[in-house]
Design a protein. Structure first.
Length: 205
């Protein structure tokens, strides 16, 4: 791609580093910004700087927040004894959009994927086990994507939780096998949460 300006080329390189953004799309977006008022572009870039510096991770569930504890964990009307384990923030947002879950969350920060070099120690699994140890958690819902990596992570967590007095369940299979949770429609995902089943029942005998 022949770009007559080094500055534009650098901007295109940065823009195309985003997921799903190719070089042509990046060039179109950069040229669009180039045609905007300087104040608009400054506000645009400043919003990302503020986000990067101001967004924290909840010390209890690892959700994104601007405080030490997120709004979900600090809400007294939520059921703290029920934890929904999700891969990332996108999955949490997808479940929240269903308005069907009233408990707390635990964000793993990924799933076990040896091909990508991600093991159990790279995830927030130890903190989840500690929550099961404290005796206040009654149910842990495994709400990971129905992929091979998601199933592997589910089974690993289930084995780790077997010695604790906590009920381990999983979302119902309204979610097609191989699907990412964030792409499920809200009705299907909501029903999968409501119709969850004991994790043991999901294992192939």
């Amino acid at each position: 791609m022949n770009i007559p300006s080094k500055l534009i080329e650098q901007a295109v390189e940065q823009m195309s580093s985003l997921p799903g953004i190719g070089k042509k799309t990046a060039l179109r977006l950069v040229l669009h910004l180039l045609n905007q008022d300087a104040d608009k572009v400054a506000a645009f870039s400043n919003s990302f700087r503020q986000m990067r510096n101001g967004v924290l991770h909840c010390k209890q569930c690892h959700n994104v927040t601007e405080q030490e504890v997120c709004e979900i964990c600090s809400n007294p009307e939520r059921d703290a004894s029920t934890l929904c384990v999700v891969e990332d923030i996108r999955a949490l947002m997808a479940i929240e959009a269903t308005w069907q879950f009233k408990g707390h969350y635990h964000v793993l920060g990924g799933i076990i994927s040896p091909m990508d070099g991600v093991g159990p120690d790279d995830l927030n699994i130890d903190q989840l086990i500690k929550k099961a140890e404290n005796g206040t958690t009654k149910e842990i819902i495994l709400a990971l994507s129905t992929t091979m990596e998601g199933d592997t992570t589910n089974f690993y967590i289930f084995r780790k939780l077997q010695d604790f007095p906590v009920h381990v369940s999983t979302i119902a299979k309204g979610i097609s096998v191989g699907n990412e949770l964030e792409y499920a429609d809200e009705v299907t995902l909501g029903r999968s949460i409501l119709n969850r089943l004991p994790y043991e029942n999901s294992l192939v005998k």
